[in-house]
Write a protein of this length. Structure first.
Length: 393
């Protein structure tokens, strides 16, 4: 469909039944995972992260069996497109080069029209998709999001987040954080997401080799490898740009990477809450560091860091209130805290939508504090325990 701004969008029904690609599954969904995707998609949109979104979540009226009977549901999902790395792999694996070329030309025209018709357009497509993924994953990391199942079928070439299955947000900062029930070895851990993104892009590059250079496979591999080798640089640049904004820094100075990484190391040591710690930096900008310091165990180390941060901050010609206000616009108060998500979904399965509605109100205005939503800014209580999420469809 064409939206009101003239942009083409795809609408997809998730959970509506079997397709040729269901691999023996029933293709159906239950209410909890459908509402999870609705919630997390809206949260990501409100945080400024490119994402698919939900038009509607609808009960089907039938019982779907997932470790017991659960109410069936369907999600109407909207995306810039549903073209994924896996879409290209499908035709490449079948050796259908003409159809692969048709798909690639369509993708270029729809998402990256600049190289349309150019001799190296397929190599440019690889580079554009790589850059889009670098931006996207950097944004994930900067809001504490863990996708949970970053296979090639969940990599949209448009650069949108797609498929909120076993996803979660971190509370304490932990690069090794894993929430997905299927991720037993940390492949999709919070801190490993950039590496997996590059791995997925390598699979995308493999599917395009016959298009990049049909006559010389070695040359095609060399060109694709060179394009892929730029990914770490693009990712670090995008991540650091986001971290600078979270720290209230506008200039690009050489020591900023160390400043950011040293803060994260201290957060990991103290198991500091990721979202609250960055939000409390606004108080530091306003002249009060008590709430920020209270999140750390090693006070001498964090005081040394605060000294470096203060010296770095004076190199910015920005009034303190303006800096703090800018930080408040990028460091959220509310994220979909895992315990609140579970509370909302469990209530919804009982037919009680009030917890869902309150959580939705918080996460769709994530930067604006409200006294009646204070509980939604708090990390999980100690008795919540380890958190595990499931695909559910």
């Amino acid at each position: 469909m064409i939206d009101r701004k003239g942009k083409r969008r795809d609408i997809h029904l998730k959970g509506s039944g079997r397709t040729p690609f269901s691999r023996g599954g029933d293709g159906k969904a239950v209410l909890g995972p459908v509402l999870r995707e609705f919630l997390i998609g809206e949260a990501m949109h409100s945080l400024g992260v490119p994402t698919t979104r939900a038009l509607a979540a609808s009960l089907t009226g039938e019982m779907v069996w997932r470790e017991g009977g659960k109410p069936g549901a369907v999600l109407a999902r909207v995306a810039s497109s549903h073209l994924r790395v896996g879409t290209f792999q499908f035709f490449a694996a079948r050796g259908e080069t003409d159809r692969l070329r048709q798909l690639a030309d369509y993708a270029i025209a729809r998402h990256f029209p600049d190289p349309k018709g150019a001799d190296d357009r397929y190599l440019q497509l690889l580079s554009r998709v790589s850059e889009a993924q670098a931006r996207l994953v950097a944004q994930w990391v900067n809001v504490g999001f863990v996708h949970g199942v970053m296979n090639t079928d969940n990599v949209a070439i448009s650069g949108e987040t797609i498929d909120y299955g076993p996803c979660a947000f971190i509370d304490v900062y932990d690069p090794k954080a894993v929430f997905s029930s299927i991720d037993r070895n940390g492949r999709y851990a919070y801190g490993n997401q950039p590496n997996i993104a590059q791995w997925n892009l390598a699979r995308f590059a493999e599917s395009l080799l016959d298009l990049i250079d049909p006559d010389d496979s070695d040359a095609a591999i060399a060109k694709a490898t060179e394009a892929l080798n730029h990914f770490p640089h693009h990712y670090q640049a995008e991540w650091l740009k986001g971290v600078r904004a979270k720290l209230g820094l506008m200039k690009d100075l050489p020591d900023d990477l160390d400043l950011a990484n040293d803060l994260l190391a201290l957060m990991a040591e103290s198991r500091a809450d990721f979202t609250q710690t960055f939000r409390s930096l606004s108080d530091v900008a306003r002249g009060s560091d008590a709430a920020f310091r209270d999140r750390f165990l090693n006070l001498s180390a964090i005081d040394l860091w605060l000294g470096r941060y203060g010296e770095r901050s004076v190199e910015e010609d920005i009034p303190a209130d303006a800096r703090a206000a800018a930080m408040d616009r990028v460091n959220p108060i509310y994220i979909p805290r895992n315990h609140k998500v579970e509370e909302a979904l469990e209530a919804a399965e009982r037919g009680e939508m009030a917890p869902f509605d309150r959580l939705l109100a918080a996460i769709t205005s994530p930067f604006e504090g409200r006294e009646d939503l204070e509980a939604y800014a708090q990390p999980a209580p100690d008795d919540f325990g380890p958190y595990t999420t499931y695909c559910g469809t």
